[in-house]
Design a protein around this ligand. Structure first.
Ligand SMILES: *[C@@H]1O[C@H](CO)[C@@H](O)[C@H](O)[C@H]1NC(C)=O
Ligand SMILES: *[C@@H]1O[C@H](CO)[C@@H](O)[C@H](O)[C@H]1NC(C)=O
Ligand SMILES: *[C@@H]1O[C@H](CO)[C@@H](O)[C@H](O)[C@H]1NC(C)=O
Ligand SMILES: *[C@@H]1O[C@H](CO)[C@@H](O)[C@H](O)[C@H]1NC(C)=O
Length: 448
């Protein structure tokens, strides 16, 4: 009897204290998890990022068209979450290269200490004469993550060339000492390990200076070839995408300089994208930012104010506003999240509607088109409807779903909203038609 108790207490000691202290069982955990893809600097590259909880040596990806006959090595970074437990994880990044465009590849990631299962992806097509289809949404969490199953299915069915998530992840990546972030990244793996998953920061990522966001993603700016998860741009087919942080307009405690740096970068990127040799090739310029500059919402969010910060810039001095910048450089489409609904505006500049014509408002409009798509699903639920919307608001839909964008060619782009609540019905669809893509002030001068 005594011996039994002795043994039992010894055993429980081993198992309760064994974790990390390693009395008798091995607790080293080097198994890859949370595998996700992002675009490299061109279609011959694909970046894969994953997590382990103990260090590994020589993180690598094995990949190939039918067999895993190529291997590339990457690097690891140690990430310490800012929460009370100071949980440690190791983030591994590998760039798979020398890929053929428009080609399906199989791959697995890991090291000598453990490998993932085999996933696959298709590289994007080369050049500009093709029609990318993208899933677009903001505000997706693991709790009430309504759009996740459909995104998983469609991605594995090959429906998307990329998935663009316009801020607010997991709710939040850092919650419960970043365990919620781990859970979210596992939950999205069935889409993000198959299709490049492009991330834009939102307000829910702000904890500990956005460190969970910065460490878990790998967004490469195509021009500088550097990882800058806060602001970066990339090309898909006939479109140039610019992803940036609206959060620098609100969390000043992390440094004003980041706001100036980003604004300067935005202008440089837009100037470059507007160079005749670039805009002629990639006519569509599409921005991705979390908090909208316009909205009809009962919240007291920035976008509900006439002079919103995103639109007009820093209060009182009104500097670094984005509306003038995007108008000046002829941005075609501005995509936002943050508000938990879908709202489409008539083409707008400075609170005034600039329809192409009354019958065809989106054919050759004289101002950018704004769409807010923030109803992918999270624990905070949906915003209630607004009974007296402003006249610049064309459509508001308060149910769960995500957007799908097809860029047909240089002139036609279709944007639609898929309702998860209504059995995946398309509840809104517009086609923007642009015979010419150019800065709007130039348009006004020639068309007036
Ligand atoms: C791997 O196999 C593909 C054909 O599936 C071939 O084109 C490629 O050259 C091979 N790579 C290596 C490193 O052998
Ligand atoms: C926050 O992080 C950025 C880089 O992502 C850095 O430039 C900045 O100095 C940091 N701010 C603080 C207060 O740590
Ligand atoms: C813009 O077009 C829509 C759709 O035809 C119309 O309802 C709206 O009144 C127009 N706005 C202006 C200012 O012309
Ligand atoms: C562009 O795409 C639209 C929609 O599919 C199509 O109607 C139009 O003919 C295409 N234009 C060219 C030049 O192919």
């Amino acid at each position: 009897m005594l011996l039994y108790y002795l043994l039992a207490s010894l055993a429980s000691l081993t198992f309760t204290n064994g974790f990390k202290e390693g009395l008798s069982i091995s607790t080293i955990y080097q198994q890859p998890e949370q595998v996700h893809l992002s675009l490299g600097v061109n279609p011959s590259e694909m970046i894969v990022t994953w997590t382990t909880f103990d260090p590994i040596s020589l993180p690598s990806a094995a990949y190939g068209i039918s067999t895993l006959n190529e291997t590339t090595y990457g690097y690891s970074t140690k990430f310490v979450d800012g929460g009370s437990e100071k949980r440690v994880m190791y983030i591994h990044r590998v760039t798979m290269n020398n890929l053929k465009p428009d080609q399906k590849y199989v791959y697995r990631v890991g090291s000598d200490a453990g490998w993932s299962e085999i996933f696959w992806f298709k590289t994007i097509k080369d050049g500009v004469d093709w029609s990318p289809t993208l899933a677009v949404f903001g505000d997706l969490g693991n709790d009430n993550g309504k759009s996740i199953p459909k995104l998983q299915q469609d991605s594995q069915d090959g429906a998307f060339d990329a998935i663009l998530h316009v801020g607010d992840f997991a709710y939040d990546l850092d919650s419960d000492n970043a365990r919620v972030g781990d859970q979210f990244m596992r939950q999205v793996e069935p889409f993000a390990a198959y299709v490049p998953y492009m991330a834009t920061p939102g307000n829910h990522e702000q904890a500990y200076n956005f460190s969970n966001y910065v460490n878990r993603f790998t967004m490469v700016d195509t021009r500088s070839k550097e990882i800058n998860n806060h602001f970066y741009s990339y090309n898909i087919g006939p479109a140039h995408f610019i992803s940036f942080s609206t959060e620098f307009y609100f969390f000043f405690e992390y440094g004003w300089s980041q706001l100036y740096t980003q604004f300067k970068w935005l202008e440089e990127d837009l100037i470059e994208a507007n160079k005749p040799e670039n805009r002629a090739v990639r006519p569509w310029i599409i921005t991705l930012g979390h908090r909208p500059m316009y909205c009809n919402s009962l919240t007291k969010d920035d976008c509900t104010f006439r002079e919103s910060r995103i639109r007009k810039g820093i209060p009182v001095v009104y500097e670094l506003g984005l509306e003038d910048l995007f108008y000046k450089y002829g941005v075609d489409l501005e995509i936002w999240g943050h508000e938990h609904f879908y709202e489409r505006l008539w083409p707008i500049y400075n609170l005034k509607v600039y329809n192409g014509s009354l019958d065809e408002p989106y054919t050759n409009p004289s101002a950018p088109v704004h769409i807010t798509t923030g109803s992918a699903g999270c624990q905070e639920g949906l915003n209630p409807p607004v009974s007296d919307p402003t006249d610049w608001s064309a459509v508001r839909i308060e149910d769960y779903g995500f957007s799908r964008m097809k860029i047909h060619n240089r002139t036609h782009l279709t944007f639609e909203q898929l309702s998860v609540d209504q059995d995946h019905k398309i509840v809104d669809s517009i086609t923007i038609i642009k015979d010419k893509h150019e800065p709007y002030p130039a348009r006004k001068a020639t068309h007036n």
